[in-house]
Ligand binder design. Sequence first.
Ligand SMILES: Nc1nc2c(ncn2[C@@H]2O[C@H](COP(=O)(O)OP(=O)(O)OP(=O)(O)O)[C@@H](O)[C@H]2O)c(=O)[nH]1
Ligand SMILES: [Mg+2]
Length: 290
Amino acid sequence: MISKLFNALAKTRKSIADSFNILQKNKVSSETLDILESTLISADIGVDTTSEIINLIKTSSGDNYIQYVKDYMLSILNSNKLNTQSFPFVKLIVGVNGTGKTTTAAKLAHYYKLKGNDVVLVAADTYREAALDQLEIWSNRIDVRLISNQSAKDPSSVIYDGMNASNGQDSKIVIIDTAGRLHTNKNLMLELEKMKRIILENFSNYSLETMVTIDSTLGQNSLYQAKEFLNYIDINSATLTKMDGTAKGGIVFGLNKELNIPIEFLGIGENIEDLEKFDYNHYINSLLDI
Ligand SMILES: Nc1nc2c(ncn2[C@@H]2O[C@H](COP(=O)(O)OP(=O)(O)OP(=O)(O)O)[C@@H](O)[C@H]2O)c(=O)[nH]1
Ligand SMILES: [Mg+2]
């Protein structure tokens, strides 16, 4: 079966394939390398990674360029490994406005529930009124318990209640949706520290994983925004959302190289099942299977 990801990257794959074909036919020259370079940049692969790929080709002795590039890409993705997951755990979903936090929280709850886990969702976006409705609809649809407090102003208090309830019922996985925020709002960023503290101080039996959602259609910009989060909070993993849209795919490398954050999932649509565990080999083949 051809995956959604493979289909989504068709355009990028074709332009990369064309550049490699030109390179293979006309040998390495400044002209053919320029073509490849601009293709890789357009695919959001980033300036650093692109110039390393170009250097690799320039200095290579054989002509199996695609294989060299594949190996190099794998080495980048292998440099950031996800921690092995210990139960019970809580996933705190953070990120810039509109990057897909709420949708990803629901998708994750569904994903883990299908694997047979007892999952709880916590609605800790206390800023946007529609946020709770959105999560309520999802939780009903996937039949996962939702903990919320319509009148709460402080997200940390909702988190405390949610963690308490989950702990009492021995739920193994807690997924927390939070409000969107930009690094320019210092108070909102500091609030993240508080959320984390509440969990670490009161529920140390849960391991805490902070996940950032990154809108892959925003290209390199989304990386700069995510980088700012690192000034306030440790981040353990990322979900790259909207990979089914106009995303060009290369963002994966910048995320690994510049931010040192491993990618855990890809969002590949608006439906609840549109979440794929990130698989290095499948991803690189989807980009370079030519
Ligand atoms: N095509 C596509 N759309 C997505 C994906 N993930 C989220 N969306 C859409 O992106 C929009 C924003 O998603 P939300 O989950 O509400 O984003 P959010 O980060 O919670 O937004 P705020 O809470 O306002 O910060 C919605 O229309 C989602 O359906 C995805 O993987 N693919
Ligand atoms: Mg939201």
